[in-house]
Design a binder for this molecule. Structure first.
Ligand SMILES: [Zn+2]
Ligand SMILES: [Zn+2]
Length: 360
């Protein structure tokens, strides 16, 4: 239903023409909507998501890296300082991205970005609880930011547009409701982490760290809500609340690590991780690669690594990446392919890095 819209305001569609001369008596076509989404996407939102924002913010909002510049990104770039990102819906498999743009978002002011993340940006990852916490915080902040940004784009149409095609209107409603729900979930994860960071009491955060040697060729920062165990069994009933799990790649003294962390109350996450680590250690690296491409969008990789994959492996990865975007219609378990994508070898799986008992 269309809300009241001021006649002499520029139209919600972004045409810069007044509403009464634009969409007042006209319905939005699918083509028009697609074009709008494509255009507004380019111009991104700005905010600072630091726990003490906006009180101590500096005016400049940074285009902040989610994967550390001096960390994983350094290992992924080619001679021209480019790295790859999956192009799940396009013709070419891979988008070449310059490292300055890779994995960035406008989610922290200059001061807070430095203050909060220097312990993972300037220091190697040593499994310290503060490092795990800020990495997890950044992953949730990134997902939260993306949802806010999506809402910013969708809401004008949701509130005011009259669609030619009812299916499109319903889709938009579903998208907005889903995004609002997801945004609330990410916000509550951020609140849990904020509590831990401020009180220095980390009892309510769980984590699992998997340490590797081998080439760091794929890196990730993001969060997702697991619905199925790796063996295919559903973890939570369809109508129960979703629970988000954060995942980060970090560089260590002699290799790299995949770091999962989550608020303790998200018990679904414990079960999901357990279903990965019960596999033989030789199979876990590839399962993780498949999990990363299946569930997270903010994934970057070395183009040389991707080029050297077999066509079967490329097909798998592209399939996983394009599934990730379809949330509501295509919920199914990830079935490990047993392909070997990476030469990673596990040196340690750290299940209890902090003074807390995970509820396995
Ligand atoms: Zn208009
Ligand atoms: Zn700030």
């Amino acid at each position: 239903m269309r809300k009241y819209y001021t006649m002499s305001r520029p139209c919600f569609c972004g045409s810069e023409v007044m509403f009464k001369k634009c969409h007042k008596n006209r319905k939005v076509t699918g083509e028009e909507f697609a074009k709008y989404i494509y255009q507004v996407r380019a111009d991104k939102d700005q905010m600072c998501l630091h726990p003490s924002a906006p009180l101590t913010c500096t005016p400049k909002i940074l285009n902040a890296h989610t994967i550390q510049r001096k960390g994983p990104l350094k290992y992924l770039i080619d001679e021209d300082n480019h790295l790859g990102q999956m192009n799940a819906f396009g013709e070419n498999d891979v988008i070449r991205v310059g490292w300055r743009r890779a994995s960035t978002f406008r989610g922290f002011c200059t001061a807070h970005d430095k203050e909060m993340f220097q312990i993972i940006e300037d220091e190697k990852f040593k499994g310290r609880v503060e490092q795990v916490l800020v990495a997890g915080y950044r992953a949730y902040a990134f997902e939260y930011y993306k949802k806010m940004d999506n809402l910013r784009v969708l809401l004008p149409y949701y509130d005011y547009a009259d669609f030619e095609d009812e299916r499109l209107a319903n889709q938009l409603t579903q998208m907005v409701e889903g995004t609002r729900y997801g945004e609330g979930n990410m916000r509550s994860c951020l609140d849990e982490y904020k509590k831990g960071l401020e009180s220095k009491n980390y009892e309510d955060i769980c984590s699992v760290i998997i340490y590797f040697t081998g080439d760091l060729c794929v890196a990730v920062c993001g969060a997702f809500a697991p619905d199925f165990l790796i063996d295919g069994n559903r973890i939570r009933p369809i109508d129960s609340e979703i629970q988000d799990l954060s995942i980060n790649s970090l560089v260590t003294e002699d290799g790299h690590a995949v770091v999962f962390s989550w608020p303790k109350e998200n018990e679904v996450c414990n079960k999901f991780i357990l279903s990965i680590i019960k596999y033989p250690e030789t199979e876990i690296p590839s399962i993780l690669v498949e999990v990363i491409f299946r569930f997270i969008e903010n994934v970057f990789f070395s183009i040389d690594w991707y080029d050297a994959l077999s066509s079967k492996q490329k097909e798998n990865i592209k399939g996983l990446a394009s599934n990730g975007g379809i949330r509501f219609e295509d919920l199914h378990a990830l079935v490990p392919s047993k392909e070997k994508y990476v030469n990673w070898e596990i040196t340690e799986i750290d299940l209890t890095p902090f003074s807390r008992t995970p509820n396995w």
